[in-house]
Design a protein around this ligand. Sequence first.
Ligand SMILES: [Mn+2]
Length: 306
Amino acid sequence: MSSFPPEGAFLGLEPPACDPARARFAVLPVPYEKTTTYAQGTAQGPAAILTASAQVELYDERGEDEPYEAGITTLPPFPFPGPPEALAPALEKKVGEILGRGQVPVILGGEHSITLGPLRAVKRAFPTVGVLHFDAHGDLRDEYEGTNYGHGCVMRRVLEEKVAIVQVGVRSLSSEEAAITRRARPGAVEKPPAGECLTFYAHDLASFGDALPSAIASCLPDPIYLSFDVDGFDSSLMPATGTPEPGGLLWEPVLRIIDAAARARRIVAMDFVELMPRPGLHACEFLTARLVYRAIGSVVRGKKNP
Ligand SMILES: [Mn+2]
């Protein structure tokens, strides 16, 4: 299996489970880091996730199933030396190939700026696609630190693709960003039209109570691109990221939201970004690997193509 990355296949799978010809999911490591602003190291994220994933239990007690049986292949890492505006078309092509094989791309970052190219490829295959975006940050700036394509601007560029976004867990954004998104509140949750954004702020989540997952699922477009910045988690749970923020999401609520989203809508692509591995904090790497596999499980059990 010489085509596999040196870190090994996701979950340490061996053929036939990781056979590219039959896999429903294709894991694409993108160790890209050019525009991070606070601390550095997300380029090591994909390798750390793959290494940790070998320790993840294959049985999923939530679904009482083994989601890997759907087939998960792992592609070689996608290295890219240029700026994010040049990365986008390169990744768009790569992800278009994965979609063309009928597979669900599962992209491991790297910094959040990697999302734009894959989103464009998904939009071409699924014109009504919307984004379910977990993040501490709005990522809706028009420009940040001299670029329009950095990790703080990525969802602004996504809006320009006439794609709707539903954000969850946001607790750090500028007034400029707050002005271009709508705040979701109990009784005031509406599906955002294409090119618009609805935000479930972190401080509002408790007021939804147990209805939170269904409230989020109810306003999602179909199908869904899941873009998960690990700093959406509370910084106590996920300190290994470039811009950790207190007051964030915990593990169980996140899984319930993804489960509800996958039952209500088709999830056709996913990315997991901004893990910054730190020595001694392997729990964060393991958490991310676990999250990726739980999300795959949700998709396997979720809404199918018509
Ligand atoms: Mn973020």
